[in-house]
Design a binder for this molecule. Structure first.
Ligand SMILES: Nc1nc2c(ncn2[C@@H]2O[C@H](COP(=O)(O)OP(=O)(O)OP(=O)(O)O)[C@@H](O)[C@H]2O)c(=O)[nH]1
Ligand SMILES: *[C@@H]1O[C@H](CO)[C@@H](O)[C@H](O)[C@H]1NC(C)=O
Ligand SMILES: *[C@@H]1O[C@H](CO)[C@@H](O)[C@H](O)[C@H]1NC(C)=O
Ligand SMILES: *[C@@H]1O[C@H](CO)[C@@H](O)[C@H](O)[C@H]1NC(C)=O
Length: 436
């Protein structure tokens, strides 16, 4: 890839950068523009850009909260790479998500800073936004794109092994070549982006299985498409939790949620003992410390969760019955409901549960915070409830569990889910303890 717009870095210098703790947040270097090669630059100017870039994307139908999980896996890969070379993770811009259906709202090329506290992310691993990558690396070029896939032959029971191999592409590629033989594709809505080389990789295993390959090739920027094919290095371990804790929601969204708690739910951090430190490295709260606001928090996932007639999801009537029971047993008067239910179901809910409180954004608020931000506000409010109940195997509910774990709630008030009306064996969610 020496002929590409940007050559690769020198491993030795890169390792030094790691030693000196250089990371995200440096200004792009003027000298490092398309046409220059690293070796022709004066030594001093070439120091900062000598890091390699990891980019990734996820299967288009995957939702926001599964994508947050993939971020944790990729962060783990970055940590593995950093043991050998200076790498930085390029945050994949948000957009074109299937669930983000608010009409007339521009929802592509959204930077991570609209949803998360990027300085917080940077305390865990070096990260930059995509536009900084373009500026810093010399243009919208990605040296190597790997499309991850399974093995065509599958795997035989009992013979699981971690492996990775260049293989012919199994699925129809979502990329096409242009007149210069560069690869064009979705690239998070950045049409001008080109992949210089593209290869399909069959993978089976956790994220770090790909590290030796990345350290062995010369491409300076590498994109892993379909990154969800890589599994967690260690789900629920310290690495997992460090990254999860670093995913602090953007301040403006937390503020909107807090204001709503104060105005509609008589809930403040002081009274509810949910004091929050934006510097996540300082958040280490003993379980049972947080009391939570005087309301029941509910996440009721509908849409595709009921279309399949799953038996672990309740009817609206069933959910209301459960909610009324919980209000009584926990002596609560208010209930906050987060849901993706369609209008008809919401009307029914309102009829059966008139006291229900929801965060109902105006069009202007949706335009400002986007569907992703509104979902985060819902999650934030649920995370501060005295008692929470969610929906079976919803990653949206799982992320609320984690948020409550970080805030220091008694697990009994968190790991609860609705049961299907006819569900016999209604197993409750697993308690995942934070490893600090
Ligand atoms: N505002 C809001 N949006 C929701 C709510 N429930 C679901 N959604 C939307 O629907 C999406 C659900 O997809 P995910 O975030 O991936 O979570 P999930 O519930 O596990 O769904 P799948 O990943 O599709 O299995 C969310 O990202 C939101 O956009 C809710 O209570 N409030
Ligand atoms: C590293 O690259 C060399 C030469 O391209 C190749 O022979 C070797 O198998 C590679 N090793 C790994 C771990 O990919
Ligand atoms: C709010 O909560 C406090 C206790 O924390 C209570 O004394 C007060 O009456 C509540 N106010 C309303 C309007 O419910
Ligand atoms: C965050 O907290 C850590 C201690 O846990 C401290 O060393 C660091 O300076 C703090 N960072 C900021 C930006 O406040």
């Amino acid at each position: 890839m020496a002929s590409g717009p940007a050559g690769r870095s020198f491993p030795l210098l890169s390792s030094l950068l790691v030693l000196f703790g250089l990371s995200a947040g440096q200004p792009p270097f003027e000298a490092f523009k398309a046409g220059h090669s690293a070796s022709s630059l004066p030594a001093a100017a070439s120091v900062a850009p000598l890091r390699r870039y990891l980019l990734y994307d996820v299967n288009p139908p995957e939702g926001f909260n599964l994508r947050r999980d993939v971020y944790i896996r990729i962060a783990s890969l970055i940590k593995t790479l950093l043991k050998n070379e200076a790498w930085v993770l390029v945050l994949p811009p948000w957009g074109r998500l299937y669930h983000w259906q608010s009409p007339d709202i521009h929802q592509i090329r959204i930077p991570w800073s609209e949803f998360f506290d990027v300085p917080g992310l940077s305390k865990n691993i070096p990260v930059i936004e995509y536009e900084q990558f373009i500026a810093e690396s010399g243009g919208p070029f990605i040296n190597q794109v790997y499309v991850l896939q399974n093995y065509a032959e599958g795997w035989k029971e009992g013979t699981w092994e971690e492996k990775i191999d260049e293989r012919p592409c199994i699925d129809q590629l979502t990329y096409s070549t242009d007149s210069q033989n560069y690869y064009r594709g979705w690239f998070w809505g950045y049409e001008e982006t080109r992949g210089l080389k593209l290869t399909c990789l069959s993978v089976q295993g956790s994220t770090s299985v790909i590290a030796p390959l990345l350290l062995n090739i010369s491409a300076r920027s590498v994109m892993l498409d379909r990154a969800e094919n890589l599994l967690h290095d260690h789900y629920g371990g310290k690495d997992y939790w460090d990254t999860r804790r670093s995913m602090v929601f953007a301040r403006h969204l937390r503020m909107v949620g807090n204001l709503f708690r104060t105005e509609h739910l008589n809930s403040t951090d002081e009274k509810d003992r949910t004091q929050y430190d934006e510097n996540w490295t300082k958040m280490k709260v003993k379980l049972g410390t947080a009391k939570g606001g005087p309301y029941l928090g509910v996440h009721l996932r509908r849409k595709d969760f009921i279309w399949g007639h799953r038996n672990d999801v309740p009817s609206i009537e069933g959910a209301v019955k459960k909610i009324q029971g919980l209000l009584k047993s926990h002596k609560l008067e208010r209930v906050f409901v987060a849901t993706d239910a369609i209008v008809e179901e919401i009307e029914k809910l309102k009829r059966l549960l008139p006291e229900m409180i929801r965060f109902e954004p105006t069009w202007e608020e949706i335009e400002l915070y986007k569907d992703g931000g509104i979902a985060i506000i819902d999650q934030w409010i649920c995370a501060h409830a005295r008692y929470f109940i969610g929906t079976s195997v919803s990653t949206f509910s799982f992320r609320i569990h984690e948020e409550r774990e970080i805030l220091g709630f008694d697990p009994k008030t968190t790991y609860n889910r609705f049961c299907g009306d006819e569900e016999r064996n209604c197993e409750q969610p697993t308690h995942w303890k934070i490893v600090y």
